[in-house]
Design a protein. Structure first.
Length: 343
């Protein structure tokens, strides 16, 4: 099977993507190649799906063992960065990619700094260096452009209270409300990997979509890449659910000014104008603490970290005790001020 490995023309060493310079770089001699000006091997080769599914490292000849979803990895024997070309062609070819801008070393330091900011995490978690592994993964996403036709029927009231003479009056006016709305949302991201935790991936947003580049395999060199587990049509319902809250908020803003609003009919027709298959950069961090492994994710472009660190029961108890103490002191002070005495 076709395995793509980038060898340095100068010294023959394996080249990898350099997040700092955005180039294909040789760690041995320092050569750097502009990826945008490189021809992509998968554009000039035809890979068929009925070939035997066995991959061999072009550096050492070892068999490369991967999951079915893996599109880029490294050789377990010699460490060479390899791209599995047949998993990135045809309908499996990404349209765009956002390259990593944060190196592994920068990601490690940023994660350690993030750990220290946890006010309620155990002290041992914040100070210990227990990172079991940190892996740069290009996660498959679908970016949806969704057009929505919205019709809303509702009953509204406006209530006014006023006084005339010795009497107070309440006036209620009733209204039939109708709104016809067109809402377009672009680049709505839905992760398409079965392995990835959907909640973690959602919290990594936003990604800087202005950094999207036309896909070329050299961007994957030195990282792991996954191909999608679900196609754009399969994840369309998730994309609609994701924008539902935004649509509801817009509808609410469109019927503001009433005392009460009761919806009698709300019709939302969502059309998928397009769904682009893209790869987005994520650092996955596995942290070992107190005989348990905690998984965190970092946006490979912005450095945003998401995950659930352990909580210290002692710190939580102390925090609640502090809050209770402040409340108690406040009540005693109020009592003293009202009574004019000391406590």
């Amino acid at each position: 099977m076709p395995v793509i490995e980038y060898k340095c023309p100068n010294c023959g060493s394996g080249m990898v993507f350099d997040s700092e310079t955005g180039t294909l770089s040789c760690p041995s001699c320092g050569r750097k190649d502009d990826i945008e000006n490189m021809s992509d091997p998968i554009e000039t080769n035809v890979f068929t799906e009925d070939e035997a599914k066995e991959y061999h490292c072009t550096s050492c000849g070892a068999v490369i063992m991967t999951d079915a979803e893996t599109a880029a990895t490294s050789c377990s024997f010699c460490g060479s960065a390899v791209v599995l070309g047949d998993r990135l062609t045809g309908k499996l070819a990404p349209a765009k990619v956002i390259p990593f801008s944060i190196s592994k070393e920068e990601a490690m330091q940023a994660f350690k700094k993030w750990c220290k900011n946890g006010l309620l995490t155990p002290s041992g978690f914040m100070t210990a260096d227990r990172i079991k592994g940190i892996t740069g993964i290009y996660v498959p996403f679908w970016l949806y452009d969704l057009h929505n036709k919205v019709e809303v029927f509702a009953h509204g009231t406006r209530v006014r209270t006023y006084t005339r003479g010795e009497y107070q009056y309440t006036e209620t006016k009733h209204y039939d409300i109708y709104r016809k709305i067109r809402l377009n949302y672009v680049k709505v991201p839905i992760d398409a990997s079965e392995k990835m935790n959907d909640e973690l991936m959602d919290k990594l947003e936003p990604f800087p979509y202005e950094q999207l580049k036309n896909f070329k395999t050299p961007y994957l060199a030195g990282y792991i890449a996954e191909k999608y587990s679900y196609d754009g049509q399969q994840l369309f319902p998730r994309s609609k659910e994701k924008i539902k809250g935004y649509i509801d908020a817009y509808i609410s803003s469109a019927v503001s000014g009433y005392t009460t609003v009761s919806y009698t009919n709300k019709q939302i027709d969502t059309t998928m104008k397009k769904a682009d298959y893209v790869l987005l950069p994520v650092w996955m961090v596995h942290y070992d603490y107190n005989k348990a492994e905690h998984t965190f994710a970092m946006n490979g472009q912005t450095g945003k970290v998401v995950g659930k660190p352990p909580i210290s029961r002692a710190k939580v108890a102390g925090w609640f005790a502090g809050i209770s103490g402040v409340s108690f002191l406040s009540l005693k002070l109020i009592s003293w001020m009202m009574g004019g005495g000391f406590w």
